[in-house]
Design a protein around this ligand. Structure first.
Ligand code: AKG
Length: 331
């Protein structure tokens, strides 16, 4: 037992005081019976703020809004290039399309970030030979054989493409009213089927709109945390090395560690406790409530936008989640 009387408990390590593991399994079972649906509901664009707040935000339940308007400039990559030919972006490069991922079971590795013009990024995305596409004219080291993904986050649409951030966006007043605050970050995502975002959660309310292509979200509700194998990994970053420019992982200096889940397939053996899948096509927006775990795959060239709103931490859902982390031996 730790000081304070709460047992340190990692699922399956045998250290759980009797009663905690069955209680957590009961929580997951009841969550499936009373709250989480395997088929995420689809409702028409756009709900009233009151309906959205009552039916989805207050209950922390995902929903897909269909027939959402898509900005003209986001319907394909030609339109994007025409709309912002002079933009310069922070592009993420990985050798295998896995951004923020666990490598060899021991490192948490972040993508290499490369400052590139939008046309140079789009050429690299569409080219088969990425080393040639990135060009030798750059002052920076070449990158060979990598996968580019524009996934800069942190308000990247307003920071790096400000002209587009106020051009033809859907009306999000209903979300502003429901969350009671302005959007904190407005992000653009441009990639293709080679890139996958690994399972993680955010302290944000997320409204995620696919504008072009198709994305598949794999979801797990916050109560599944004890099954998702979270632990700390040494942090590393991909860097291009040598004249060839292969991307290799280099451990961060000074050393740091990152807590991450290795999710997939957790819950085997527990009836009804498994992954929830949602496929989004162009013109569909997922409301992904705060603290829900999600992984994202894509098909074809994809363009997506998302609006992150601060989650309300003065609320029971956040406190219960923090309690669950402590019960699970996680800080
Ligand atoms: O689209 C993606 O690749 C990831 C999206 C995501 O993780 C998010 O919006 O929090």
């Amino acid at each position: 037992m730790q000081a304070g009387g709460v047992a340190e408990f990692s699922p399956g390590n045998g250290a759980a005081p009797s009663g905690i593991a069955p209680a957590l399994a009961g929580l997951r079972r009841e969550a499936r019976e009373l709250w989480v649906t395997t088929n995420v509901p689809r409702i028409p664009w756009h709900p009233t703020a009151l309906d959205f707040l009552r039916d989805h935000v207050a209950t922390n339940s995902p929903v897909v809004l269909v027939d959402a308007p898509v900005p003209r400039w986001a319907t394909d990559i030609d339109a994007l290039q025409r709309a912002a030919p002079d933009a310069v972006l922070d592009v993420s490069w990985t050798p295998d399309g896995l951004g923020d991922s666990i490598l060899n079971g021991r490192l948490f590795v972040r993508p290499h970030q490369r400052r590139q013009s939008l046309p140079s990024f789009l050429r690299a995305l569409c080219a088969k030979n990425h080393a040639a596409a990135l060009g030798d004219g750059d002052d920076e080291p070449r990158i060979c054989g990598g996968v580019p993904y524009y996934s800069a986050q942190n308000d990247c649409l307003r920071r790096e493409l400000p002209g587009l951030a106020c051009d033809d966006l859907p009306d999000m007043l209903w979300a502003r009213e429901a969350f009671g605050c302005d959007v904190d970050a407005l992000n653009l995502w441009v990639g293709d089927g080679r890139s996958t975002t690994t399972m993680h959660k955010d302290h944000y309310e997320n409204c995620y709109l696919v504008a072009c292509g198709e994305k598949r979200f794999t979801l797990r509700p916050p109560v599944d945390l004890p099954l998702l194998h979270e632990r700390r990994y040494a942090a590393a970053t991909y860097q291009p090395v040598g004249v060839g420019g292969s991307l290799v992982s280099v451990v961060d200096e000074p050393p740091a560690s990152v807590a991450w889940v290795t999710a997939a397939g957790g819950g085997a053996g527990e009836d009804g406790v498994g992954d929830i899948y949602v496929t989004l096509r162009a013109g569909e927006m997922l409301y992904l409530p705060s603290l829900w775990y999600h992984a994202v795959e894509q098909r074809g060239v994809t363009i997506a936008l998302n609006w992150w709103y601060d989650m309300n931490m003065n609320a029971p859902a956040f406190l219960y989640y923090s309690f669950l982390r402590r019960l699970s031996g996680l800080s």
